[in-house]
Design a protein around this ligand. Structure first.
Ligand SMILES: [Mg+2]
Length: 134
């Protein structure tokens, strides 16, 4: 199975328990990936290197519908979505620019700007190639 795990409001509620879940699913032969509405440049996760260290890719959808990003950019959709906001799968972010700015002010999970850009943390993790031209 390919399992998409949301970050904000899902993973953040109990990171240790979700880490145990990720590792248990991997041992059973499944792929768990963090799929977030965050933008890779503005909202890069401080925990990104942690996820890659446990073999869990991180996919940033930049506010776009998660289903669309995975299907069009990566060529598949997950078998299972774990999500506190199921509408984000097909509708993306509902925050307007002012709401997004206010959310970013309060965000405690973002990597500090002084630490960006980061090195490639994929390592031995199977890299999920985007079809989108960069
Ligand atoms: Mg969420």
């Amino acid at each position: 199975m390919r399992i998409a795990l949301d970050f904000d409001g899902t993973y953040t509620l109990d990171p240790l328990a979700w880490d145990a879940f990720i590792i248990a699913m991997q041992r059973a032969g499944h792929l768990v990936m963090v799929v977030t509405l965050r933008a890779a440049d503005a909202d890069q996760l401080a925990l990104e290197s942690h996820f890659y260290s446990i073999g869990c890719p991180v996919i940033y959808c930049d506010g776009q519908p998660k289903h669309t990003i995975l299907k069009e950019d990566y060529g598949y959709v997950p078998d299972i979505w774990i999500e506190d906001d199921p509408r984000s799968i097909h509708e993306g972010s509902r925050l307007n620019p002012e709401q997004l700015a206010a959310w970013r002010e309060k965000d405690v999970h973002r990597k500090p700007r002084t630490e960006r850009p980061i090195a490639d943390h994929f390592g031995a993790v199977p890299r999920l190639q985007s079809r989108r031209a960069v």
